[in-house]
Design a protein around this ligand. Structure first.
Ligand code: ATP
Length: 513
């Protein structure tokens, strides 16, 4: 009666079919968990949550660095019928309190690294009844919990996760993703990428509280595969490459900034990466220069591009196979299970080659923003989910990301798409990393400012050399009129440049000078 498959069922089924196969491996702690073992721990934690008074639909927050215990906690919440709210481990107490309060969490599972922040946040969140700390506290809970497996009758259209978007463009909103959204994501990823080719070994290279981390490991769980968790605590390219080699990882996902670091070390370290079949990237734009380096560095792996966003569970288009070279710079074509249109502000479809906003419909799209009916209605105006991403389609139906609507610069009435300019600047021999932002200008309204990280700190590029370089590739109005040299760009957990931070800093500079 309305009960479909839930994400928790999937692990339980593999625990019956292949109980001795490894499901999660934590390289940092050395824990290697089989499906049978994890199933038992998840069942016990789910029953403990029920004993704490968690009923179907209740929210349970889970916060911590990537670990096996974190993944088990996610699934245990679902097994108890609850809604899992993953929380960014980098947040300060006030931000954690916002998330706990906004989601109405009743229990929090936290690791040792975050528990102090959670305790501080708890002063402002009386709705939280219990904090379970990963470690001795959790082990105690498991040891005394009822081990009897039961799935609570939750329909598959129930919310499984509330994923707070990281807020690079505004205050965090909780995207409600249902069990169906997420298992159809796992299904379409698997189908679209030509089948799992056996259970496979997945490396979880990005934070699990973020959609890229969550969505990455689900297809592996679906296929009865193994998810490897590299040691937490700062991204270490050599350590990661060593794990890829040692665990014979077959597929992984990293954001472009991580791939740049991995490429820089891969050759020098002589790693044997012969098991690696799929090297995926996404979450933030990658320059064609970086993509060419990836193709050259990992010649035996298929380079897979994923494009999408939290609200779409998250992948909406992919580029793979020969297209990685043939259509370099494109984010590919739509996944199955998602309908795509490119529209203008009046919701009219724009012609191929023209820039419009990409909008989505179908079973991968979230049910709405938690407790935010107005923002939900605004996002779904005209019956389609509005992504805020500007794209154009080529004559063959491949999509290209042009900019985020909120980042687009309007200078003298002309639209400047940051991704295009950043991509050109990334090819400048003295530039290692770059972001373009618009700054107020009396004459043009806004004018482009390039924030650059030099390859050699002692030899930074000048505005003249950048302008000279851009002259070949870009119309005059698109060329940066100002240049700031920095040591590093501010990036969020998934490698996106925090342009709001850059804009604030640029304004500060203005005020001082
Ligand atoms: P907010 O919703 O507040 O903007 P966020 O940026 O963290 O937060 P996410 O869902 O993490 O939201 O990111 C989705 C966005 O990331 C997309 O809308 C798109 O702009 C960008 N993006 C994702 N994949 C790619 C890709 N392959 N190439 C370029 N941009 C990408």
């Amino acid at each position: 009666t309305g009960r479909g498959m839930t994400l928790s069922d999937i692990l339980a089924r593999w625990a019956r079919i292949t109980p001795d196969a490894e499901v999660f491996v934590d390289v940092g702690t050395g824990e290697r968990r089989t499906y049978g073992q994890s199933h038992d721990r998840i069942t016990r934690l789910a029953n403990a949550l029920t004993a704490e008074g968690v009923v179907p639909g209740d929210r349970v927050a889970v916060i911590g660095l990537n670990s096996v215990a974190l993944l088990e906690a996610f699934i245990a919440v679902l097994r108890a019928g609850g809604i899992c709210v993953p929380v960014n481990f980098r947040l300060v107490a006030g931000e954690v309190a916002y998330t706990l309060h906004d989601s109405g969490a009743v229990v929090v599972v936290a690791d040792a690294a975050t528990v102090d922040v959670v305790r501080a946040a708890r002063a402002d969140t009386p709705g939280v009844r219990r904090v379970i700390t990963i470690g001795d506290d959790l082990e105690q809970v498991l040891a005394t919990a009822d081990p009897t497996y039961r799935e609570l009758p939750v329909p598959d259209e129930a919310t499984a996760f509330i994923m707070y978007t990281s807020g690079t463009t505004g205050a965090p909103k909780g995207a409600m993703l249902t069990h169906r959204n997420l298992y159809l994501h796992a299904f379409s990823s698997t189908m679209h990428l030509g089948g799992p080719g056996g259970p496979g070994v997945w490396l979880a290279g990005t934070p699990l509280f973020h959609i890229a981390g969550l969505a990455g490991f689900l297809p592996s769980l679906f296929a009865g595969g193994t998810t490897i968790i590299p040691p937490s605590g700062g991204f270490d390219p050599d350590g990661t490459l060593a794990v890829l080699e040692r665990e014979r990882v077959t597929a992984c996902f990293f954001v472009p900034a991580q791939w740049a670091a991995l490429c820089a070390r891969a050759e020098a370290g002589h790693y044997d990466l012969s098991a690696l079949r799929k090297a995926s990237w996404g979450a933030a734009p990658a320059s064609t220069a970086l993509l060419r380096t990836m193709i050259a560095t990992f010649p035996d792996a298929e380079i897979v591009t994923s494009f999408g966003q939290t609200e779409c569970s998250p992948v909406t288009t992919t580029l793979r196979g020969e297209d990685a070279v043939r259509k370099i710079g494109s984010v590919g074509t739509p996944m199955i299970n998602v309908e795509v249109r490119v529209v203008d502000d009046e919701m009219h479809d724009v012609a191929p080659g023209e820039v419009g906003e990409i909008v989505y419909r179908g079973p991968l799209v979230m049910s709405g923003y938690w407790n935010k009916p107005e923002q939900t209605a605004e996002a779904f105006r005209g019956g389609w989910f509005h992504s805020g991403d500007l794209v154009r389609q080529d004559a063959d139906g491949y999509y290209y990301v042009v900019d985020r609507k909120k980042d687009m610069i309007i200078s003298g009435g002309e639209n400047i798409y940051c991704a295009e300019v950043e991509n050109v600047l990334a090819g400048h021999p003295q530039i290692a990393d770059v972001a373009l932002i618009g700054v107020p200008d009396d004459r043009w309204g806004e004018t482009p400012l390039a924030v650059v990280v030099p390859r050699d700190p002692d030899d930074p590029p000048t505005l003249e050399s950048v302008d000279e370089y851009c002259r070949e590739h870009l119309a005059r109005y698109k060329r940066p009129r100002r240049l700031t040299v920095v040591d590093a760009l501010p990036r969020n957990a998934t490698g996106k440049v925090q342009k709001t931070v850059l804009r604030e800093r640029a304004l500060d500079t203005e005020a001082v000078s």
